[in-house]
Write a new protein. Sequence first.
Length: 354
Amino acid sequence: MAPSDISTRLAAALASARQPTPVALVPAASAQSDAAGCGDPGCARHAGTADCPPFPISRRRGSGFGDSVADAWYRSCGSSRMDVPAGVVAALALWPIKSPGALHAGQLSNYIAAQPPRVLVKGYAEVYAATWMLRPDLMDVAAPIFRWTEEDLDEQALRGVAAVTRAALRAGVLQYTGDKDPYYRSDIDLMSWTITSLRHHSSRCGLGEHHTPPEVADLMARLVYDGSPGTDGDGGREQAFGEPAAGTGGMFRSMVQAMRERSENPHKHKWVMQELDSIAAAGAAVNTIVWDLGPKAVVAVGDTLAEGDLSSKAFAHQRTMQAHRDRLRETAAFAKATADAFDMVEALVSARAA
């Protein structure tokens, strides 16, 4: 799994050595004060609107959430593309603002829902870039549902982005994924509901893709957890969990919930998800971060029947991508130091000339 083009370009865009700020994190007054001279209609900091009327939110169950997103996409755009609507939901789920009980969800939903489509696209690209710097291996796997943020989308696709954004916000995406406690962020697999609702029934049958119902996954996870040795709280040994046909990771969500209910930290365990379908694997990568499975959780894209266990390949990919990110950080730091040195020399020369 080589580093994706979008990962390289977005990470390189962070070479200014400051953390990127997603559109909804920028106060309106600050955005307006910096707007002088900016002619980019899609600039996430300068073209956003400060007019944010109240936006109705009704936290819906998983099936209702997925249906709302799919209906919004097909009604507004009509395209068969799944990457765009899935990427919108993923970016909102990854939004970096978290608060106890997701108390910020209402105000933030008002702000995001009011933004023009091109501003939304730029904001989602920044969310991807910021998350890539934290977990480049997972975001490389998630790249198939984010590459569209670099495209010059036509008006029809932009309408779809705006419609899906509002539908997801209205259905409570930030209420589900904006909680500071990962236990509550793991309450539901929104990526699974989104992808299965977007995918036509015949396509699901053709792929052999049938995601396990969450109630069944919860029961299976608790049976496995309670019957496994060494799972008796934080004193238990490290274990490795593998899922050869992971989908978006629903079984691991249930397992992690069972662990947290028993005061065990999932970060000490290894989690390996393997999935043939790149869109579902991208959803699993996003979920791994949203659910906070920890630094030992990886996602591999491949055919389990043909290739067998891909865990070694997945961990090698993780090391490769982390090294790639570290090189980018070093390059960015050197570039900033060089620019600062030139600024100091220029200031010194100017002072002497005066």
